[in-house]
Design a protein around this ligand. Structure first.
Ligand SMILES: Cc1cc2nc3c(=O)[nH]c(=O)nc-3n(C[C@H](O)[C@H](O)[C@H](O)COP(=O)(O)OP(=O)(O)OC[C@H]3O[C@@H](n4cnc5c(N)ncnc54)[C@H](O)[C@@H]3O)c2cc1C
Length: 312
């Protein structure tokens, strides 16, 4: 086995970042196995039945029926020891950040987290995303995690794959913690994850009274409204609208960014968007580095005119 992809259960279905990790593994090349753990392991394997990988290994044991860091790190370590993959990959999710460092420490395998590209070697951001670093390793085995949207789930190559169920020995003394139900922000009636058009508000909107123009633009476009963290922290919009590392991950057909600077903590939540239009007064705003259409100007002047034009 060349690559082992550790999958993540997202309330009974495969996490989007696990699909991205499979697309990444396929791009890297070699024989690929995926590992599904827990009560939904078979359901996750089912979702991959038409994907071009060698196999999905499923494990369901009472002590890892749902996620807990002690059990997962032990199970993943056991599989790595018995299957000897050269590379272990996963999405860089909160769950991966929780248990993967333990696997790395247990097995003494280097862990290179939060990778943004594999095109010309392993690339990750450093110094609060101000620089990209090319990372190399001389170790025989390595663990990698991919930042959200580094690969597109739509790039997964279809084919067929087998399912293999394996038994693990887990001692109850190992599992010292128990995970509660995953936290989910009250989403109201808004489903940002499946929204095709999103208008997103940043601090450039300047004050609460101006928020309405973003909602008016969203209405004219038939879009949902999201926001950066400072806008949420100011109480101008509800917390479930926050996009970014401590909010939601979205990948709409169009992400319309109004007065958002493009800090890395925001960008990780929206860089998978198919098209990005950004309006910002500052021509050097980092959001323009990932925008497909960059509009240098004042949102408070441009947006009302745009709404008028759309409504006409
Ligand atoms: C642990 C941690 C987690 C975080 N999680 C998140 C997260 O999940 N989501 C998130 O968004 N942030 C998050 N942040 C905060 C993040 O670092 C940034 O501070 C935040 O994204 C900035 O929001 P902003 O772009 O709206 O505001 P600013 O960075 O203040 O940018 C405002 C932008 O608006 C432009 N502007 C100003 N006036 C106008 C105008 N009239 N017209 C046009 N443009 C204008 C400015 O040029 C500027 O580029 C997190 C930070 C930390 C430390």
């Amino acid at each position: 086995m060349d690559i082992l992809v550790v999958l993540e259960d997202n309330r009974g279905s495969l996490h989007r970042m696990s699909k991205e990790a499979i697309a990444g593994a396929q791009k890297m090349g070699g024989s690929i196995s995926a590992l599904a753990i827990g009560v939904n392991a078979d359901a996750m394997a089912g979702e991959l039945s038409d994907v071009d990988i060698t196999e999905v290994i499923t494990i369901n044991h009472d002590f890892v029926s749902s996620y807990n860091a002690d059990g997962y790190s032990d199970v993943v370590s056991q599989v790595i020891k018995s299957e000897s993959p050269k590379t272990i990959v996963a999405g860089h999710s909160y769950q991966t950040r929780d248990f993967m460092p333990r696997v790395s420490a247990k097995l003494d395998i280097p862990f290179i987290p939060d990778i943004i590209s594999m095109d010309d070697g392993i690339v990750k951001q450093v110094l609060n995303a101000k620089l990209n670093a090319l990372v190399t390793t001389s170790a025989d085995q390595v663990i990698l995690s991919f930042q959200s949207a580094t690969f597109s789930e739509e790039a997964m190559v279809t084919g067929s794959c087998l399912t293999r169920s394996i038994e693990v020995n887990l001692d109850s003394s190992i599992v010292r913690s128990e995970a509660e139900e995953p936290f989910q922000e009250d989403a109201g009636d808004v489903d940002l994850e499946s929204a095709e058009l999103i208008v997103s508000i940043g601090r450039g909107i300047e004050k609460e009274e101006n928020i309405q123009i973003a909602f008016d633009l969203a209405k004219a476009l038939g879009a949902e409204v999201s926001a950066s963290r400072p806008v949420v922290d100011s109480g101008w919009v509800e917390p479930f609208r926050q996009i970014g590392s401590s909010g939601q991950n979205v990948s709409p057909k169009l992400y319309f960014s109004l007065g958002i600077s493009g800090a890395i903590q925001h960008v990780v939540g929206m860089k998978g968007s198919k098209n990005i239009i950004a309006i910002n007064k500052d021509p050097d705003a980092p959001i323009f580095e990932i925008a497909d259409y960059a509009v240098v100007g004042d949102v408070l002047e441009i947006v009302p005119k745009l709404i008028e034009a759309l409504n006409n």
